[in-house]
Structures are given as structure tokens and as C-alpha cells.
Design a protein around this ligand. Structure first.
Ligand code: KIV
Length: 268
């Protein structure tokens, strides 16, 4: 049997149909090996542009190039067979015009084999979302705390603390849903606003720091594994791999220095 015939991925309509149903499970992944582990449990895997900070030590996501997203996207698609793979469009590759967005999203889809792209922004991106979906590119939207707009927002701040800002967030959610987005990430949003938006729109909301009221949840894998020194307060650490890796590296260094590794009987 060819590898191709063993692949049966969750589809975009299947994610969309989960509105109000069993919560959607999602994590980020940037490489084939972690993606292969996550694949058994996640409905979709996001190759997030957070990889700029998590994997490449950048200060923000703004410097992430399209080629880097494509490289990591390819790795995640290769490592998986059942999750829908969604790849983030990085800053500067989609905001200027719908045709620029189409050109770059089509490259991501063709070169990685992923099933959808994600982009940040609400009502202002609705024309682009419609343009892409009408041309065969499924789009996941992302509103609330949008890290690519961190300079405008003045940092990573929870959105919706001031009730006067709610109508704008609600209008953004409605606009992207009407434009054809199949799901909407709500990041860093107060619970009552996330709950209100989730009730108002007919596509699933995926929360990250936006409460249990959403239709699904996503976390950055390295955050929940305890690999990042700093994580937002809402993140629960389901693992503590940082110290485990440090211990393994330290044991190895000790054994190499004392000539305990490799053992004589261990040949290649
Ligand atoms: O880049 C990313 O990892 C994301 C998630 C945090 C939603 O956009």
C-alpha cells in the first residue's frame, strides 16, 4: 500500500461542522517528529509563525520569512497523516492586497501540501478571506490579540477588558465568518467576550487564552511541554521537558568527559 493511501486527514468541512459539538483539539508543531506525536490526538495542527520566537529565537513574529514557514510546513505535512495541517501566513505576505495574499497562500498550499492557511485580522481582512476561499484556499482567521500587530497594540495585551471595545471585536468576528473563514482563532480575550462571539457566529472559535467558552482550544506545543522559559499565565504545563532535557545533556557530558561513553561493545 502506498503512503498516500494510508493518509486520511480531517477536512476543513469536518472542522467547520464541529461548531458547538465536541471541542476541537489543536496544537502547534513545527517539525516532523513532534507533528507525528501530535497527529494522533489533534484535529488540526497549526504551523504557527510563533516558530520565529520558539524555534529561531526572534523577538517577535514580524521577521518570519515565507520560505521559513514553507520549510516547516513541509516537515509537518511529511510527519502526519490524520490531522488537518494549517500554515500561518507571515507578516507582510498578505496584507497589501487580495492578489498578493492569493499568490503567497497558493505557494504555501502547493509547496507544503497543507490543507488551509491562517491569517490575522478581522473586518479589514474580509475581502482577502473571500478572495482566497472563492479560489480554493480555506482560511482560518485570527482576531483578539494578534501578535503581528503587537507594535500597534503596545505589547501582548488581553483584549476586551474594556467593554466599549466589544462591538469592534464582534464586528470583526462576524465579518470574517461572513467572508468564508472556516474557523476563527480568538487569542488573549476576556471570557464573556469570547463566549458572546462564540454564540454569535456560525463557525467554530478556537481559543488561546480566551477561556473554555470557545469551540476548541490551541496551545503552543513547546509552552505546554515546559520547554519555554516564559509562558503566558493561562498556559497549563502538561509536561516539564526542559529540566528532563537538561538532565540528559548533563549526563551525556559527564559520561563523555569520563570516557564512560561510548561503551567498548557499542559499535555503529
Ligand atoms: O503562531 C501561532 O502559534 C499562533 C497560535 C498561537 C494561535 O498563531
Amino acid at each position: 500500500m502506498s503512503k498516500q493511501s494510508q493518509i486520511r486527514r480531517t477536512t476543513v468541512p469536518e472542522i467547520r461542522a464541529r461548531k458547538g459539538g465536541v471541542p476541537i483539539v489543536s496544537l502547534t508543531s513545527y517539525h516532523a517528529h513532534t507533528a507525528a506525536i501530535v497527529d494522533a490526538y489533534a484535529d488540526f495542527i497549526l504551523v504557527g509563525d510563533s516558530l520565529g520566537m520558539v524555534m529561531h529565537g526572534m523577538e517577535s513574529t514580524l521577521g518570519v520569512p515565507l520560505d521559513l514557514m514553507i520549510m516547516h510546513g513541509k516537515a509537518v505535512v511529511r510527519g502526519t497523516r490524520s490531522s488537518l495541517v494549517v500554515v500561518d501566513m507571515p507578516f507582510g505576505t498578505y496584507e497589501e492586497s487580495p492578489s498578493e495574499a492569493f499568490r503567497n497562500a497558493a505557494r504555501i498550499m502547493k509547496e507544503t501540501g497543507c490543507g488551509a492557511v491562517k491569517l490575522e485580522g478581522g473586518a479589514r481582512m474580509s475581502e482577502t478571506i473571500r478572495f482566497l476561499t472563492e479560489r480554493g484556499i480555506p482560511v482560518m482567521a485570527h482576531i483578539g490579540l494578534t501578535p503581528q500587530a503587537t507594535n500597534v497594540m503596545g505589547g501582548f495585551k488581553t483584549q476586551g477588558r474594556d467593554e466599549d471595545s466589544w462591538p469592534q471585536h464582534e464586528a470583526d468576528a462576524q465579518a470574517v465568518a461572513e467572508a468564508g473563514a472556516f474557523a476563527l482563532v480568538l487569542e488573549g480575550m476576556v471570557e464573556p467576550l469570547a463566549a458572546k462571539i462564540t454564540k454569535q457566529i456560525d463557525i467554530p472559535t478556537i481559543g488561546i487564552g480566551a477561556s473554555v467558552e470557545c469551540d476548541g482550544q490551541i496551545l503552543v506545543l513547546e509552552d505546554m511541554l515546559g520547554l519555554n522559559a516564559w509562558t503566558p499565565k493561562f498556559v497549563k504545563k502538561y509536561g516539564d521537558l526542559g529540566p528532563a532535557i537538561e538532565q540528559a545533556v548533563s549526563d551525556y557530558a559527564t559520561e563523555v568527559k569520563s570516557r564512560a561513553f561510548p561503551a567498548k561493545e557499542h559499535t555503529y
